[in-house]
Design a protein around this ligand. Structure first.
Ligand code: NCD
Length: 319
């Protein structure tokens, strides 16, 4: 593993395994009364978020703090970019202060790669446009392992707004590294163009028919886990589906679909990276069901981000 974490493709299977193993021990810190370990004492981490975030930003901040690093949050609105400063000038200014890591979320795909070329600090991609979100994929893998065990040969279905989803782009890589079979499902209008070739290269299946896949008639048979993605209305410029109601009926994880799914596999795990549009892509009581691991994902987010910071900043080799 190198100095930065820009894409899930940067991580080999061994890297992913090493991060998840470290995350296990980091997770113990969460259950202690005194949540503090000295690992990153004297290190400075800047969270630079140009897009809104609840989970990712606070979990990176908590992760840094629990490891005794000094963490500072800067948002787009509160930074000089709102006065017209370029991204390059902003990150070079921060870097000149001598920080160790920059955790960046930006609306432009590829922004983190560019920043990595401009600064000395380690750069961690916390979501760049519709490109990638590698720590989300790691926390999804961590959560899934805890709920359904070893991912080798397991079938994970990812459903929803694939066109705008950086989560799906990272998840297919990381879950694939761990041997999972992934099927992605979306209406044709929310399927990225050229996905067929890409799916062939990266080894995952695609479908427009949610019921077919959930009932085990897809390329990989019975389903072990389903990840619902948020319909990202803020990134949509036109009409991607006729009405929200129609989307729910065709692609939502409704109570009826969940009943059928749990009927064939009561241990199926339901994931959602959040934030959730309750009643649109997932029914409220499905999100709160015993099969839902949504809050486990949030909890894993802190442990996994601690592990990533540890591997990037502690100077110890990963694998
Ligand atoms: C996702 C994101 O921002 O990429 N959320 C997250 O990080 N937990 C997904 C989304 O916004 O729908």
């Amino acid at each position: 593993m190198n100095r930065h974490l820009l894409s899930s493709a940067d991580l080999s299977r061994e890297d992913v395994e090493a991060i998840l193993t470290t995350a296990e021990s980091m997770h113990d810190v969460q259950h202690r009364e005194i949540k503090k370990i000295p690992t990153l004492r004297g290190r400075t981490i800047i969270n630079l978020f140009f897009e809104d975030s609840t989970r990712t930003r606070s979990s990176f901040e908590i992760a840094g703090k629990w490891m005794s690093a000094d963490t500072i949050n800067i948002t787009g609105k509160g930074s000089s970019t709102s006065k017209g400063e370029s991204l390059r000038d902003t990150v070079r200014t921060i870097d000149a202060m001598g920080v160790d890591a920059l955790v960046i979320r930006h609306s432009a795909s590829g922004a983190c790669h560019q920043v990595a070329g401009w600064v000395d600090a380690s750069v961690i991609n916390a979501g760049d446009g519709t490109h990638e979100h590698p720590t989300q994929a790691l926390l999804d893998a961590y959560t899934l392992r805890h709920r359904i065990g070893d991912l080798d040969g397991k079938h994970v279905v990812i459903v929803g707004d694939l066109t705008h989803s950086r989560v799906f782009r990272s998840d297919v890589i990381t879950l694939g590294r761990l041997g999972a079979h992934v099927t992605v499902v979306a209406p044709p209008t929310l399927m990225p163009s050229g996905i067929a070739d890409w799916a062939k290269t990266d080894g995952y299946a695609t479908s427009w028919d949610l019921d077919d896949v959930l009932e085990g008639r897809g390329a990989y048979g019975p389903v072990d886990a389903v990840m619902m993605l948020r319909v990202q209305r803020e990134r949509m410029s036109g009409g991607f589906f006729p009405t929200p109601r129609e989307y729910t009926v065709t692609y939502g994880l409704t109570r009826e679909r969940m009943q059928r799914l749990a009927g064939s596999n009561p241990d199926v795990a339901i994931l959602h990276p959040g934030p959730i549009n309750r009643g649109l892509e997932i029914a409220a009581d499905v999100a709160d069901s015993v099969q839902s691991v949504v809050l486990d994902q949030v909890s894993a987010g802190v442990a996994v981000r601690m592990a990533v910071l540890y591997h990037l900043l502690s100077g110890e080799a990963v694998a």
